[in-house]
Design a binder for this molecule. Structure first.
Ligand SMILES: Nc1nc2c(ncn2[C@@H]2O[C@H](COP(=O)(O)OP(=O)(O)OP(=O)(O)O)[C@@H](O)[C@H]2O)c(=O)[nH]1
Length: 180
C-alpha cells in the first residue's frame, strides 16, 4: 500500500520474483479496480469481478465513490474471492493495492478486507507501506508521509513494514545524511 506512484507495483513484482527464486509458492493479486497495465501477470485480478470504469459509466459515480463501491461489491461477493484463493493452502499471496491513501487511513473498507483475510481465509497478514525516498528532501512531505503510514498502521491493525522506495534516486549526500 502507499500513495499513487510510490512504487507499490514495482515492489510487488520484485517481491514476487524474489519468492519465486527462493522456491516458495507465491501468487499475486491486483486489488486495484482502476489498474490499467502491470509489470506482472496477476493470478487474481479484482477487475475480473468489477472495474472502476464500469462502475463510473453505469452508476454515474466519480472516481472516489466508484472505488468505494468496488470494495463494497467485493465484500458482498466473497464467494468469488474464495473461489480464487480456495486451494492456496500455505502459499504466499502478495496483494497490490490502490494508491488512494484514504482507503488505509480513514475509510473502513481496507480494514474490513484485512479482517476477512485474517478471520475467514486464515492468512497471516502483513502490510508494506511504500513511501518515496525523495520525500526525505522535504521535511513537510516526509512528515506527512510518515504520519499517513502511522495512520494506516493504527487503522488496519496489522503488522506493518514501512519501506522507502526509489532509493536509487537519492543523491550520495542525502544517503550520507540518512546514515548519520
Ligand atoms: N528509479 C526508480 N523508479 C522506480 C522505482 N520503483 C518504481 N519506480 C517507478 O515509479 C513509477 C511508479 O511505480 P509503480 O510501481 O507503478 O507505482 P505504484 O505505487 O504501483 O503506482 P499506482 O499503481 O499508480 O499507485 C514507475 O515509473 C516505476 O518504474 C525504483 O526503485 N527506482
Amino acid at each position: 500500500m502507499g500513495p499513487a506512484g510510490s512504487g507499490k507495483s514495482t515492489y510487488c513484482s520484485t517481491a514476487m520474483e524474489y519468492y519465486q527464486n527462493s522456491k516458495r509458492t507465491v501468487h499475486l493479486m491486483n486489488l486495484d479496480p482502476a489498474a490499467e497495465k502491470f509489470t506482472y501477470s496477476p493470478t487474481i485480478d479484482i477487475r475480473e469481478l468489477i472495474t472502476l470504469e464500469d462502475v463510473m459509466a453505469e452508476l454515474d459515480y466519480g472516481p472516489n465513490g466508484g472505488l468505494l463501491y468496488c470494495f463494497e461489491f467485493l465484500m458482498e461477493n466473497l464467494d468469488w474471492l474464495e473461489e480464487q484463493i480456495g486451494d492456496f493452502d500455505d502459499d504466499y499471496l502478495i496483494i497490490d493495492c490502490p494508491g488512494q491513501i484514504e482507503l488505509y487511513t480513514h475509510i473502513p473498507v481496507m480494514r474490513q478486507f484485512c479482517n476477512v483475510l485474517k478471520n475467514t481465509f486464515k492468512f497471516n497478514v502483513v502490510g508494506v507501506y511504500c513511501l518515496e525516498s525523495q520525500f526525505i528532501e522535504d521535511t513537510t512531505k516526509y512528515f506527512s508521509g510518515v504520519m499517513s503510514a502511522t495512520s494506516a498502521m493504527f487503522n488496519l491493525e496489522i503488522p506493518q513494514i514501512n519501506l522507502l522506495t526509489k532509493m536509487d534516486l537519492i543523491s550520495k549526500d542525502q544517503k550520507q545524511d540518512m546514515e548519520k
